[in-house]
Design a protein around this ligand. Sequence first.
Ligand SMILES: Cc1cc2nc3c(=O)[nH]c(=O)nc-3n(C[C@H](O)[C@H](O)[C@H](O)COP(=O)(O)OP(=O)(O)OC[C@H]3O[C@@H](n4cnc5c(N)ncnc54)[C@H](O)[C@@H]3O)c2cc1C
Length: 383
Amino acid sequence: MSYVETEEQQMLRKQVSEIGRKYGQKYYADKCRAGEPPKELWDEVARHGFIGVNTPEEYGGGGLGIYELQIVGEELAAAGCPLLLLLVSPAICATVIARFGTDTQKEHWLPKLASGEMTMAFAITEPDAGSNSHRIATEGSRDGNDWLISGTKYYISGADDADAILVVARTGGAKGGRARLSLFIVDGKAPGLDKALIPMQLPGPDRQFTLFFDKVRVGGDRLLGNEGQGLSQIFVGLNPERILGAALANGSARYAIEAAARYAKERAVWGKPIATHQGIAHPMAQAKIEVELARLMTMKAAWLFDQGQDAGEAANMAKYAAAEACLAAIDNAIQVHGGNGMSEEYGIALLWGMARTLRIAPVSREMILNFVAQHSLGLPKSY
Ligand SMILES: Cc1cc2nc3c(=O)[nH]c(=O)nc-3n(C[C@H](O)[C@H](O)[C@H](O)COP(=O)(O)OP(=O)(O)OC[C@H]3O[C@@H](n4cnc5c(N)ncnc54)[C@H](O)[C@@H]3O)c2cc1C
């Protein structure tokens, strides 16, 4: 692994950053307030081939890796536009389809996901199961060659706009016991699928939905991978999702630190810029160090994943470190801005909602600590 990115990676950073900055934080903030997906930005990023940067070339993608996709996520966030759906459509769905799909499934889904023509949501979380995926109750049962899916999922991002949804369902295992899980691709407008908007208190551009599946029929060609092996298969997508979550946090932290440094150099209340006070400068320097550490772990996790190595520990650590560093950086940036930190004009406080979400999702801080305690330290399972 080199700490100097290739020319191609540096060029990717520059090009994505230029697109992100063309739209900028104000565009993103307007979309958040309107509760509208940032479609124009998504489409432009897709037109340049950056949504599909990690999709194999033979299916219309860039043929690069999760490292490059996390560059896309970080640079857009650093421009003030953290795109939550990058975690889902290209990071989870395209990765899992590319790895486990049949040739026909790959030919059908991947080119449209790569071009941005289509988005795919991802549904694993359930009201009763929460962080415990073994308790998933949404059921897939055979009906001839088809499957019928019934159950409830919640906090499904962008489900209103998604052309399809990758659904994790139970296809075996004793009721109340460990589920045997399988993956299904369900049409976004399938008969029997109802969506209810979850009103959120903090504004974000992508809306969240509860999904009700009432005997939703899918053909046998919508089973992705092997029946009953959904849990191990989905982890191939969950590590990229965590890496992308980390990348969004890293980018948002960079945005906040840059804004704070700019403001601190300009704002003078005692006859000299506030940046000259160490009480202002040191927390910014500390935030910068913590974000750079988080970026290193994010890059390591992406590199491991792209090398086909086990990226689980690094992806968890990266998501943890990045979310914590990002929250601290944003909190400090608000403080540096004084009252202006809370204003629409300066756009800092709005970042907090996404950053705070990244401490909970796609996997919570506590579940990461559980993972590290158990798997890295060999401590007994506590739950
Ligand atoms: C904005 C947003 C977007 C989301 N998008 C999606 C999406 O697109 N698709 C999707 O499937 N899901 C999505 N989610 C759901 C998200 O992944 C879950 O909210 C998250 O995994 C936590 O699950 P939960 O909310 O059920 O919390 P719970 O599992 O109920 O946990 C509640 C609290 O208890 C803690 N806890 C739980 N178990 C333990 C334990 N064993 N030890 C210690 N602490 C524990 C948790 O860390 C948490 O702090 C989204 C959530 C949000 C907020």
